[in-house]
Ligand binder design. Structure first.
Ligand SMILES: Cc1ncc(COP(=O)(O)O)c(C=O)c1O
Ligand SMILES: Nc1c(O)cccc1C(=O)C[C@H](N)C(=O)O
Length: 412
């Protein structure tokens, strides 16, 4: 059950909530736009103030000065594990259950292949048709490698029971949907998938750092997540993966690179997987990118995720209230939504551009969704109030119809 949430009804009430917000002190930890409000932390998190100095130390003092001795002297060798252990509390996992490496897509490739190998009599991977496409593309790629393999797309997770037959080896779902912001019941769905004899893989990209996650308590088999959204580790920062300890000895991932070997520096000719979570590594992740993650995790160690969740629900609730009359596709029930609000509008793209010109940065997802992400560590109630007012004004004035708002770049 979620804690009761107070939704402010006036700008004054927003200011009063900001004044007593237990997360307000974190705002100074982040580099925020001077004139505007950033509501896109669900796509790319902002720069923590401390990150440039941490990265500078890695570059100048570790790489530049201590050179190759840094592998031991500065614990480089251990970073995929130590950083994984620091992410673990954010996803309800224990030490030695999370490792930082590669991208979400690559990690999903490794885990899905391992899952299919663990269910030899079954050859189907199930996913939602409208989930973040890379997950579906990877499922297609992996199942294509197995004789009789197929990736099956359900119209929606609501159809799960109809699709969960004895051919299903694994189900891949996003904990929070990247478009609608719908939050799924991880415990209930995982249990249902297990009852059907399949393995459950969660993509927590849009929930980690925004919603408390309980991978162990929910009995999840595997999970993948990214660090550059709510965690603020930096553009294209390394991803992480979780594997339940019961699978460590049996899961065989296919990208058997030297860092997944039991003894990488024995330089054996044959592959022997490491015991434990280490077997999911392939190569060593970019050291410079790891230092961005190292920096931001120092902040996360001070954060109470229950406070994050309570404020997130209040911010999204406030925005939904203030967007009355618009086609909000995000669930209104608090227990069913993550930390973003999406609004369907046929001219969503120029509307988002007009908002950006006013200093409110959200984004657009084809074909017709306007998306705003609410990151409780650095977004205030007053900013959300003002952003909703700006949206109403942009729509009422029709200013988005100006020709300049229709020029598209490669990334929207
Ligand atoms: C739900 C989800 N899964 C996967 C990805 C892609 O991850 P990567 O680029 O690390 O492969 C993203 C975002 O980019 C995402 O939102
Ligand atoms: N990872 C991204 C990238 O490398 C380029 C552009 C966008 C992204 C994103 O993360 C998009 C994001 N997953 C989304 O929810 O739309």
């Amino acid at each position: 059950m979620s804690a009761p949430v107070t939704i402010p009804g006036t700008r004054e009430q927003c200011a009063a909530l900001d004044a007593v917000d237990p997360l307000a002190p974190f705002r100074k930890e982040f580099t925020l736009p001077a004139n505007g409000v950033y509501l896109d932390g669900n796509s790319l998190g902002v720069l923590p103030v401390r990150t440039p100095e941490v990265v500078r130390r890695t570059v100048e003092e570790e790489w530049g000065r201590d050179l190759i001795t840094s592998w031991n002297k500065h614990g480089w060798t251990e970073l995929p594990y130590t950083l994984g252990d620091r992410i673990a509390p954010l996803v309800g996992a224990g030490a030695g259950e999370v490792v930082v490496c590669d991208s979400v897509s690559v990690n999903l490739f490794k885990l899905l292949t391992a899952a299919l190998r663990m269910r030899p009599g079954r050859r189907t991977v199930l996913g939602e048709r409208d989930t973040f496409p890379t997950d579906l593309y990877i499922a297609e790629g992996v199942t294509g490698l197995f004789e009789g393999g197929s990736s099956v797309l359900m119209p929606s997770v609501d159809d799960l029971d109809a699709y969960l037959d004895e051919g299903v080896a694994a189900v891949v779902l996003s904990h929070v949907d990247y478009r609608t912001g719908r939050l799924l019941d991880m415990a209930e769905i995982t249990a249902r998938v297990h009852r059907a004899g399949a393995l459950m893989i969660w993509d927590v990209c849009h929930s980690v750092g925004a919603v408390p996650i309980e991978l162990t308590a929910c009995d999840v088999d595997f999970a993948v997540g990214c660090t550059y959204k709510y965690l603020n580790a930096g553009p294209c920062a390394p991803a992480f993966l979780y594997a339940a300890p019961r699978h460590h000895a049996v899961a065989e991932q296919p990208l058997t690179g030297w860092f997944g070997h039991a003894e990488p520096f024995a330089f054996d000719s044959g592959y022997r997987p490491a015991e434990g979570i280490g077997r999911f590594l392939t190569s060593f992740p970019s050291l410079l990118a790891l230092s961005g993650l190292r920096a931001t995790l120092e902040i996360w160690e001070q954060v109470d995720l229950r406070e994050v969740r309570a404020k997130s629900l209040a911010l999204t609730g406030l925005f939904i209230e203030q967007a009355q009359g618009l086609d909000v596709v995000t669930p209104r029930r608090p227990e069913e939504r993550g930390s973003q609000v999406a609004i369907r509008h046929p001219d969503g793209f120029p509307v988002v551009q007009a908002m950006i010109e006013r200093g409110v940065i959200g984004d657009f997802r084809a074909p017709d969704l306007i998306r705003f992400g609410f990151t409780p560590l650095y977004v205030s109630y007053t900013e959300v109030w003002d952003a909703a007012a700006a949206l109403r004004e942009v729509l009422a004035s029709g200013e988005w119809r100006a020709e300049r708002f229709n020029r598209r770049g490669a990334v929207t």
